[in-house]
Design a protein around this ligand. Sequence first.
Ligand code: NAD
Length: 232
Amino acid sequence: MQKLVVLTGAGISAESGIKTFRDTGGLWEEYDIMEVATPQGWDKNPEMVQKFYNERRRQLLECKPNNAHKGLVELEKYFDVEIITQNVDDLHERAGSKKVLLLHGELRKAQSTRYPGLVYDIDGWEIKEEDRCEKGYPLRPHVVWFGEPVPAMETAIEITREADIFVVIGTSLNVYPAASLLDYVSHGVRVYIIDPEEVMHHGRAGIEVIKEKAGVGVGILFKKLTGKNLPL
Ligand code: NAD
């Protein structure tokens, strides 16, 4: 089976009702990203940061995977599909995708502020102020903030290098190091980009842009790759 590697970003979850960061009406218009997605923001005002992620988590519990997430699951019948996602939602997993590498953490988990390796499932939507890790330290969201290392990046590079086909869905390719993955796609490999807006791809050769929202775009991709209609 050919290896189909898919890099996803906030845009794939937009049709599930989760706001992206950079779109009009996106999260960055309501919040200062330096306040809610950096270690400095956490040090300055942990209550506000906790509230921000608690709200995101509460919203996530009401959202469902959309046809784009589901279409990638259908592609597993034809390809060895590996998803590399920048999203912290769990919609790929809930849709049923078997191989999902989470680059930026998981919204539904908490980690110790002192021992980042101590990671816990969150029961419900809230990390409460009094919640502690087993060593007695406060808990923070298990997400990678700007300026923090991305431990899964090396694995993501390896997977990308092995791709026979590479697909990018719903990411502005603005957030590094994730955006650099395109540079590791082997020469001659077909690359598809699904996004309703222009995406920065630095003029790489062999890119086919499907300028659609993810739900429609994955259907088009499915037809191109399998010759069949997406059965959803
Ligand atoms: P981004 O906001 O920078 O870019 C979103 C991209 O999605 C844009 O190119 C936009 O045109 C496109 N888009 C909007 N609606 C779409 C749709 N219906 N179908 C397909 N594409 C659509 O997001 P990013 O590139 O993922 O990077 C920002 C960071 O935001 C990431 O680190 C990610 O972890 C985080 N984030 C995650 C979530 C989530 O988990 N769902 C939501 C918001 C932000």
